[in-house]
Design a protein around this ligand. Structure first.
Ligand code: NAD
Length: 363
């Protein structure tokens, strides 16, 4: 029997290879008058090119850093106010999209970005148009912004961060380097499996999560090794569908652990999620997960976990603390992971002692 569930995702989705060419028309469709485009340095030239071709783009901020900082948000807000922008367009990976989300909300507030980083509530945001260039974060369909001030990285949830629309154009992902392709692809897989096993899952998020996992497992290796148009397109779709699943069901243990792993061992987000992914598949294994493993074509959960290890190995991702930067403090990692709010969504209750055991096995 199907249990009761609630599902909503108000972001309009425009998907298709080459779809970005329709940007001016899609912006008009979304009622955008004037916008600031936000990207990182890799997309600076494309951002300027889009500004020339798109009457709605009034200014470009092209200095987003990975683990986006408040400084970039402040500059984006300044440009939005200066140009009277009613929208922000994010062209890039999760870092650019999260910068745009936070800036869109700060542009509607009298308080400073610092005050909001310290917890002041948001009440509204300008329109947000997300154009992802990695197949990973799903940020184009979530109400989450992950931003940093110095070393302090915060995940802020607020309905005002939900993008008005997203343009998912797989052509934009063709230039992602192989290792980043693998890391971001495993980020997307982690979103899907965590949405599936989250205590907040429902029938619809399960369907989305299974579809995402099926597509990602079938295309990640080719996307990494050959970068074909077909595999990249499938991965952009898989990442989007995983985003739709976890935007409602939320993530769980792997993501809870990823924050201290990124902070103390400087692992990029996707690599940090993948670091514990196979461990969590084994720890969370139950009848439901065994059924999922079989649906995905594996004999059991251990075979699925082994496939994750194989993918991490071909991508050269770090799998042991001995290969990571930073001083290892397992007690601190276990404590901070156990206390993270996302750990409450994990289907198996894992306390500090259980997490300590998991981290010890990864030395
Ligand atoms: P990113 O945006 O930090 O980009 C990583 C690198 O890849 C950068 O150097 C960038 O220039 C490069 N890059 C991006 N697209 C490229 C392309 N098409 N061609 C060549 N290079 C390209 O990476 P990401 O993994 O997309 O985002 C990670 C961030 O997103 C983290 O801060 C993470 O915490 C956050 N995140 C947010 C959500 C959410 O729902 N808001 C979900 C997951 C992760």
């Amino acid at each position: 029997m199907i249990d009761a569930f609630t599902y909503a995702n108000p972001t309009r989705i425009f998907f298709g290879y080459g779809k970005l060419q329709e940007l001016p028309a899609l912006l008009s469709d979304c009622g955008v008058g004037a916008a600031v485009l936000v990207c990182d340095r890799f997309f600076a030239a494309m951002g300027e090119d889009l500004r020339e071709k798109t009457p709605q783009i009034a200014a470009v901020f092209s200095d987003v850093e990975p683990n986006p900082q408040l400084d970039g948000i402040k500059e984006t807000v300044r440009l939005m106010k200066e140009t009277g922008a009613d929208a922000v367009i994010a062209l890039g990976g999760g870092s650019s999209i999260d910068t745009a989300k936070f800036a869109a909300a700060c542009a509607c507030s009298d308080k400073t970005p610092d005050a909001h980083f310290d917890g002041a509530a948001f009440t509204a945001a300008k329109k947000i148009i997300a154009v992802p260039t990695t197949a990973g974060t799903g940020s184009e369909v979530t109400a989450v912004s992950v931003v940093s001030r110095g070393e302090e990285k915060k995940t802020v949830h607020n309905p005002v961060f939900q993008p008005t629309a997203c343009i998912v154009d797989p052509a934009l992902t063709m230039t992602v380097p192989p290792r980043t392709t693998l890391m971001t692809g495993l980020d997307a897989f982690t979103h899907a499996i965590e949405a599936f096993w989250s205590v907040r899952h429902g029938a619809l998020t399960d369907a989305l999560a299974v579809e995402a996992m099926r597509v990602i497992l079938a295309n990640l290796e080719t996307s990494f090794a050959e970068g074909t148009k077909e595999a990249r397109t499938a991965m952009a779709y898989g990442s989007l569908v995983a985003g739709l699943a976890f935007s409602v069901a939320k993530t769980a243990g792997c993501h809870a652990c990823s924050y201290p792993l990124s902070m103390y061992h400087h692992l990029p987000h996707g690599e940090a999620c993948a670091f514990t992914l196979d461990s969590f598949i084994r720890l969370n294994a139950d009848d439901r997960l065994e059924g999922l493993a079989k649906t995905l074509g594996f004999s059991d959960c251990h075979a699925l976990a082994d496939e994750i290890i194989r993918l991490k190995t071909i991508g050269g991702l770090r799998m042991r603390f001995a290969d990571c930067e930073g001083e290892l403090d397992i007690d601190r990692l276990a404590k901070e992971s156990a206390e993270h709010m996302l750990m409450q969504n994990n289907p198996v209750r894992l306390d500090e002692a259980a997490l300590k055991k998991m981290f010890e096995a990864l030395q």
